[in-house]
Design a protein around this ligand. Sequence first.
Ligand code: NAP
Length: 409
Amino acid sequence: MKNTEDIPEIYEIGQLPPPGIVPKYMYAQVLRQNRYGEPINAFSIEKIEIPAIADDEVLVAVKAAGLNYNSVWAARGYPLDMIRLMKLRRETNVDFHIIGSDCSGIVYKKGALVKNVEIGDEVVIQPAWYDPEDPWIKNGGDTTISKTSRAWGYETNWGSFAQFCKVRYFQCLPKPIHLYWDQAAVYMLSGPTVYRMLFHYAPNIVTEGDVVLIWGGAGGLGSMAIQLVKLAGGIPVAVVNSEEKKKFCEEMGALAINRSEFSHWGGLTSEMLKPENQLDWGLQAKKFMKKITHLTGGKLPNIVLEHPGENTWPTSVYVCDRDGMIVTCAGTTGYFCSFDVRYLWLQRKRIQGSHYANLQECIALNQLVMDKKVYPVLTETYSFEELPIALQKMHENKHKGNIAIQIGY
Ligand code: NAP
C-alpha cells in the first residue's frame, strides 16, 4: 500500500485514489448561511478537509449522488436554517453544510467497531441517521421515532454532495450489481419512505385491488409509489400537472389524472364550508372524485399518499374511501392543511403521519431493487459542477422521476 505522503492532497472530480487511501482534502458543493436562497446561487465548490470518523462510522467515496427535495429546503435555508439548528443542537462545529441524502459509492475507511462492510465494498447509503445507543432504540423502539433520529445529509453534515461522505455503519447497504452508479444513487430516500407509507400502517396496507391515489406521480416519491402499489396488486392513480407527466406515469402502469383540468386547489376556509357556500368547492371536488371512479371502475382510494400539503389536503380527505387512510410525509406547498372534518369522522377515515423508514424497511426496499422487482426511475444525470442547475430544476418542479449527479467517475 502507498504511504499517504505519496498521494496528492486532493484529487480532481472524477478521480479517486485506490480504496483505503484517503487524501487530506476533497471537493464539496458547500452551503453557507450568507448564500441561502434559490438553489442556483446557494452552493460553491470548496476544498474541504476530509472529516475524521468515529469507531462506528464509515467514510464512503461518492460515485454518484441523488437529488431530493430536502436539498431544496436546505439550500433555501427555509423553513429551517439547518446550520444554525445543527449548532444549537451541538451537532456541528463547522460553519458550512455539505448536504445530499442519497448516494452510491465505495467504502474507503471504517471505524474499529464496523463489521458489516469492508474497504472496497460497493454500497448505497440509506439516510436514516440515529444514535444506536439511544435507550429507546436499545429497547427495541422504532428508530424513526427516536429523539436522536436525523435525516442524514439534511439534518446532519457530511452528506453526499462531495467526493467523500461520512455515515454510520448501518447506513451502508449493498449496491445492486446490475445498476450503474447514477441509477443506484437515487432510490434509497424515496423508496423506503414510500414503502413504509404503503405497508407499515396496518390495517391500511395496500393489497390486491386496492386503489392508491398518488399525488406527484411523476416525482421521486410518486414514481416509486406507482411501482410498489403495482407490485402489491393495487391500482395506482397518479396525479400530475401536465399531459407529458401523465403519459410518463401511464407508461409506468398507472392510471393518471392531469390536475390542471381542475380548479378547486388550495385551503378551505370556514366561510367556504357554510351551507350556503359549500357547493362551490364541493362541486369541483366531486368532479375530481368522479374522474377517479371513472378510471377505476367505481373505486375510491383506500390510501391517499399525501405530500403536497396545503394545496391538496381538502381533496385528499374528501376522496379517500370509507375506512381508508390519508398518509402524509410532507407539506411541499404549505403546512397549513385544512379539510372538512365531516368526511373524516362520518366515513371513519384515518390520518397518519410518516417519516422515512426503519432499517428493516430500507433493507426490504433495497432487496426489491436487487431482485429487479422495482427499479430507480433515473431521468437525468448532471455533472458535479451542475448540481445547482439540477436542484433549481427540481425546485421549479420541471423534472420527472429522479436526478443524479456524477462525482467519483
Ligand atoms: P419531487 O420529485 O419534487 O416530486 C414532488 C411532486 O409534487 C411533483 O412531481 C409535483 O407533481 C407535485 N406537486 C408540486 N406542487 C404540487 C401542487 N401544488 N399540487 C399537487 N402536487 C404538487 O419530490 P419528492 O422527492 O417526491 O418529495 C416530495 C415531498 O416529500 C418533498 O417535500 C420532500 O421533502 C418530502 N419527502 C419527505 C420524506 C420524509 O421521510 N418525510 C421523504 C422523502 C420526501 P405535479 O406538479 O406533476 O402534480
